[in-house]
Design a protein around this ligand. Structure first.
Ligand SMILES: Cc1ncc(COP(=O)(O)O)c(C=O)c1O
Length: 371
């Protein structure tokens, strides 16, 4: 084994939650697991039917995705998020590429873009851990950058994430526009991870980087990363998309063809069905709004302060104590949450509480918090 050298990566953070998980599972009425944000609601019927109808798919699927899938993606982005539709605005179906869930793309994008030791990959100071992992896999330099901090010299890729994991915070149009302008000055690619874009809370508007209001009519240097995991309850299917600058997408396609990063054909069919239907997205959004409406006041009544959390799937809460102490106190009530330190040093006294549990489990959590 002396000849191999695996990339140096952090320990998988969730392993460190085993102790708290064991305590929470010991609750007499069962655990309420609000740690990993994994969907629990059913796959929409029409989506499951599309998957079933495509079971007889003996041939290799196209890395690029079927034309129908790419067309459905562009239509959905225009309809749901006001993303520009004309070829001038870059949202040509040719500028869409399906991915094996979005985590895969997040982890490999710096490598696919050919970044290396001289290149900085910037991401928010509180962030989904895979942005840092992606930089490490490429041998590039990861950099946490606060919203109001300038991008470091040498930045070649900037991750945005609105609505945010873990904070549920939404960047307004001015903030998005400013980041895009800074990145363009440096010649850096902007990758906007928009996997929670379709799930803003009541009265909240979350804007896509592909909205012409943000990019001023050109998607040059921009990529939007979308996921059907949360919007359409398809985490188990591994279904994501990257869309944006046609030249960048064409480059990614070339590498991904060589590397065999291909979405299975039945999943491509399921994605097409999901992207054509907005009714199930509205249902999903309403479900999470209701869960947020129960859990947020329950946490506040129990003495936690909830910050941001206006959109997406998470409540970002603090008891002004080290996050592991809050995790342990909640675990003792049978509620499992994620320590904020998973998302960066700035999360050391916060916990992330996912809304991805059944209505019954969310109600159980609220009852336990009131005890
Ligand atoms: C911000 C963010 N990006 C990407 C992902 C990956 O999602 P998936 O691979 O299921 O599309 C997640 C999953 O939780 C996430 O929170």
């Amino acid at each position: 084994m002396g000849a191999v050298r695996f990339p140096a990566l952090p320990d998988f953070p969730w392993d460190s939650l085993a102790g708290a998980a064991a305590v929470a599972r010991g609750h007499h009425d069962g655990v309420v697991d609000l740690s990993v944000g994994t969907p629990v609601d059913p796959v929409p019927d029409a989506v499951g039917e599309a998957l079933r109808a495509a079971w007889d798919s003996p041939g290799y699927p196209q890395t690029w995705g079927t034309p129908a899938l790419r067309e459905a993606a562009v239509e959905a982005l225009a309809r749901r998020h006001g993303a520009g539709r004309s070829p001038d605005e870059g949202l040509d179906p040719d500028a869409v590429l399906p991915t094996v869930g979005s985590k895969e793309l997040v982890a490999w994008l710096p490598t696919l873009l050919g970044l290396g030791a001289d290149d900085v990959v910037a991401f928010p100071d509180l962030a989904y851990p895979t942005y840092e992992v992606g930089a490490q896999l490429a041998g590039a330099r990861p950099a946490r950058v606060g919203d109001h901090q300038p991008l470091p010299a040498g930045t070649r890729l900037v991750w945005l994430n609105s609505p945010s994991n873990p904070t549920g915070r939404v960047l307004d149009t001015a903030a998005l526009t400013a980041r895009v302008a800074q990145a363009r000055e440096l010649g850096a690619v902007v990758a906007a991870d928009e996997c929670y874009l379709a799930l803003p809370g009541p009265g909240v508007r979350a804007t896509s980087v592909l909205d012409p209001v943000v990019h001023g009519g050109s998607v040059e240097g921009l990529l939007a990363v979308h996921s059907l995991s949360k919007t359409s309850n398809l985490a188990g299917y591994r279904a994501g998309l990257v869309v944006g600058d046609p030249a960048l997408v064409a480059g990614l396609l070339q590498v991904r063809k060589h590397a065999g990063m291909i979405v299975p054909r039945p999943v491509q069919e399921a994605m097409t069905a999901a992207l054509r239907d907005d009714a199930h997205v509205a249902d999903t959004r309403a479900r999470y709004d209701a869960r947020r409406g129960v859990l947020r006041p329950a946490l506040e009544a129990a003495g936690l302060r909830v910050e941001h959390s206006e959109a997406g799937l998470y409540l970002w809460a603090t008891a002004d104590e080290p996050c592991r102490a809050t995790v342990d106190r909640l675990a003792a009530r049978g509620i499992l949450v994620a320590p904020g330190e998973f998302y960066g040093p700035a999360g050391a006294s916060h916990v992330r509480v996912a809304l991805t549990a059944s209505d019954e489990r969310i109600a159980a959590a609220a009852r336990r918090l009131a005890e």
